[in-house]
Design a protein around this ligand. Structure first.
Ligand code: C2E
Ligand code: MG
Ligand code: MG
Ligand code: MG
Length: 290
């Protein structure tokens, strides 16, 4: 009886592996088609100054709606796009959408900023940056209004990363390290990179107020970022208690469902207008110095 059971189990495992890899493969094909047919859109999640509640802009987050109406989450397809060298085309489409949707507003309001995610490959080959440079020409948008962010993986190769950051900054863009604390970054290499900002990953924000082991790491990340003179942005803020803690710690900016989820451009612009009217706060001094 034991032998057939083992065999059955092995068959099930093999079946699952085959099923998953076929699903992945079919996703690769569909991604290629999605790029051609431009099935991507962008949602904007407001970023606020914690002390005043003033909205300073938003993070652009890609959305993929398949022809059958199903939404695919970026954490699923971005990795596959990277593996199959399709990511720079996707990044370019995100830039193009952001510029198309927000050009008029960005030109009318110099205080509005949009942060766009670069993948590790974008950091390595510089193609996305070149495309951005071309696309911004003649739009009237100040390069300083477009911020860039990349996860720790994008900075792993320190020499290349330093060069890419240099190019981005020469172009006038501020650049942040995203999801800080979840990857392999070490203090020593962070010191070698001329970054503008550090984004604390949601997983650290989640632990605030709990007594989990990582909760004791969060204040150290904040202190370290401050000693490196980086602007600090916390992501995934969901509760008042988290916001209060971060504010007390001197974290400059934050985003999270407590304030707003990512939303289509029209909704974001209404949010922004209402926020400016209600917060009544001036544009943050720390950002003028960028
Ligand atoms: P990320 O850059 O760290 O973006 C923050 C993610 O956290 C977003 O998920 C956002 O919707 C989510 N989030 C923000 N606040 C909260 C909150 O309070 N609670 C919860 N539960 N979630 C919150 P999203 O849009 O699904 O994106 C996931 C990841 O996919 C992003 O993480 C980013 O790494 C990647 N991504 C998204 N758009 C792009 C893109 O255009 N290019 C590249 N290369 N990667 C992208
Ligand atoms: Mg991001
Ligand atoms: Mg992030
Ligand atoms: Mg994150």
């Amino acid at each position: 009886l034991l032998l057939p059971m083992g065999l059955l189990l092995a068959l099930i495992i093999v079946g699952l592996v085959v099923w998953f890899s076929r699903r992945r493969l079919s996703m690769v094909g569909e991604l290629g088609i999605a790029i051609e047919r431009k099935e991507f859109s962008v949602h904007y999640q407001p970023i606020l100054e914690l002390q005043t509640g003033r909205c300073i802009g938003a993070e652009a987050l890609i959305r993929w709606r398949r022809p059958d109406g199903r939404m695919v989450r970026p954490d699923l397809f971005i990795a596959i796009a990277e593996e199959h060298k399709m990511i720079s085309q996707i990044t370019e489409q995100v830039f193009r959408i952001v510029i198309r949707e927000l050009r008029d507003m960005l030109v009318a309001d110099r205080d509005l900023h949009i942060a766009v995610n670069l993948s590790a490959q974008d950091m390595q080959n510089g193609r996305a940056l070149k495309a951005l440079h071309r696309m911004l020409a003649g739009t009237g948008i100040e390069p300083g209004q477009i911020w860039l962010e990349a996860t720790e993986r994008g900075f792993m190769d320190v020499d290349t990363a330093r060069a890419t950051i240099g190019t981005a900054r020469e172009m006038g863009h501020a650049i942040a390290i995203d999801d800080f604390g979840t990857g392999y970054s070490s203090l020593s290499y962070l010191q070698q990179l001329p970054l503008d900002a550090l984004k604390i990953d949601k997983s650290f924000v989640d632990t605030i107020g709990t007594d989990s082991a990582t909760s004791s790491v969060t204040p150290h990340i904040i202190d370290m970022a401050r000693s490196l003179n980086l602007l600090i942005v916390a992501e995934g803020i969901e509760s008042e208690a988290q916001a209060q803690y971060l504010k007390d710690k001197g974290v400059h900016f934050g985003q999270g469902w407590l304030y707003a989820k990512a939303m289509p451009v029209g909704e974001f612009l209404s949010f922004y207008e209402v926020n400016l009217r209600e917060s009544g706060a001036p544009f943050p001094q720390v950002l003028k110095e960028l």
